[in-house]
Design a binder for this molecule. Structure first.
Ligand SMILES: Nc1ncnc2c1ncn2[C@@H]1O[C@H](COP(=O)(O)OP(=O)(O)O)[C@@H](O)[C@H]1O
Ligand SMILES: [Mg+2]
Length: 402
């Protein structure tokens, strides 16, 4: 039970952390890309300004002084182009990017060239640079961020395992203490209850010497004590049934257990005018504890008897699947409301608190049945319709080692 909670806690923790790390990485990527683009544009603008200062109008013809370092332009994947006032190409320095690279992979800044003497427009200069270098830097950043996040998540995962273990420890301990308390209290209650039961039985042995009213009171004491003994036994069982010791696990033919239970409950069905049928396959082998499995099915069958009015039908079907044994206990009883279906396996939960259905249970029967099914690696589920009936399905792993 705690393992499942721990796993869920760890998963939520990792999801939240991934979202935080992911958001952080996206933010870093956006800010970094933006500043890289801005930096490159600023560099190109500065380059274009220098290039513009290099151009002069000489007798109506644009002349470009050649003092820009060519190799630096090549190294930086840059191109400088000059144009006259009409936009006609005049000269290029550096790489020929415009004609060789897709224009989307290029960044350009165009500046007007103004004559220093008469402040007239003499042409334009365009500085361009391919985005190749920038893409390489961004790829490196992506790799760094991705790798960093994976490492961070792995470290956080390990930390998360430790954290969830730390967080769950006090809960597990207090649950264990609670279970121990229930077990101890039930155990301690046994002896005084037995004493009351025996004394009531002795007193009732000779009712002749007793007033009728007293005899009735002793009867009431005796029946209440019986109920309390059953309650303490159920509580003790629930507190202790978490795991079956390996030595009490054996290969059991479930069809024999179910057949015995059918025989056991047949007289009750006859008295209640219930049609009690069974369809059981043979050789339904499971590995487990015979007493516990008998208890599981008798709890479910007893419920079917309790909550099915006379002239109803109860049918038990057991079949072998590839990996599981499936037992269905179907009744035409009062049914369970859809909103109650998930509550019926809770301890002390009963749909009918007034016990008008003649059941003297405490609402522990199905909790015990579920605990036993889970102890055996199986599950118990239910489908039901109010006023139509219910079908309890027990699925247990099939064993082949016999
Ligand atoms: N076959 C059934 N048909 C209708 N209601 C059922 C059936 N089995 C169980 N229930 C409902 O589930 C509740 C819990 O069952 P259980 O744990 O066996 O407790 P109890 O039988 O002691 O009341 C019952 O009180 C009843 O309301
Ligand atoms: Mg019951």
């Amino acid at each position: 039970m705690f393992e499942k909670i721990r796993r869920r806690l760890l998963l939520s923790y990792l999801i939240v952390l991934s979202l935080i790390w992911g958001g952080f990485a996206i933010a870093v990527r956006i800010v970094f890309t933006h500043s890289l683009y801005k930096q490159q544009i600023q560099k190109l603008a500065a380059l274009a300004q220098v290039a513009a200062a290099n151009a002069e109008l000489d007798n109506g013809v644009m002349k470009i002084e050649n003092d820009l370092p060519q190799d630096k332009l090549f190294e930086n994947h840059q191109e400088l182009s000059w144009f006259d006032r009409q936009g006609n190409f005049i000269k290029r320095q550096g790489k020929d990017l415009i004609n060789t690279i897709d224009k989307h992979r290029l960044q350009s800044v165009t500046l007007p060239i103004i004559s220093s003497d008469d402040k007239q427009l003499i042409g334009y200069v365009r500085a361009s640079q391919s985005l190749e270098e920038l893409d390489k830097t961004l790829n490196k950043l992506d790799l760094g961020l991705g790798g960093g996040i994976i490492v961070a998540l792995m470290i956080s995962g390990a930390g998360g395992v430790w954290l969830t273990r730390q967080a769950m420890q006090p809960i597990e301990e207090s649950f264990e203490r609670l279970k121990q308390f229930t077990a101890d209290a039930s155990h301690e209650l046994r002896s005084p209850l037995m004493a009351i039961k025996t004394n009531a039985a002795v007193a009732l042995k000779y009712p002749e010497g007793m007033r009728k009213a007293d005899a009735e009171k002793f009867q009431a004491i005796s029946s209440a004590t019986n109920q309390m003994i059953r309650l303490t036994e159920d509580l003790l069982f629930l507190a202790r049934c978490d795991n079956i010791p390996d030595q009490s696990k054996e290969t059991i033919d479930l069809s024999l257990i179910l057949n015995n239970l059918v025989d056991l409950y047949q007289p009750q069905a006859v008295v209640k005018h219930i049609n009690f049928k069974s369809q059981l396959s043979e050789k339904l082998y499971v590995l487990g504890d015979a007493n516990q499995l008998t208890r599981l099915f008798s709890n479910v069958i007893q419920n079917a008897m309790n909550y099915t009015p006379s002239k109803g039908t109860i049918e038990i079907m057991a079949n072998r699947g590839n990996f599981h044994i499936v037992v269905n206990i179907q009744d035409t009883g009062v049914g369970i409301a859809p909103e109650d279906l998930e509550k019926i396996f809770e301890r002390f939960w009963r749909a009918d608190k007034s016990r008008s259905y003649n059941s003297d249970g405490f609402g522990l029967g199905l909790a015990i049945a579920q605990a036993i099914a889970q102890n055996h690696g199986g599950v118990i589920t239910v489908t039901s319709q109010l006023g139509v009936g219910s079908c309890f399905t027990v699925r247990l792993p099939l064993t082949t080692n016999f």
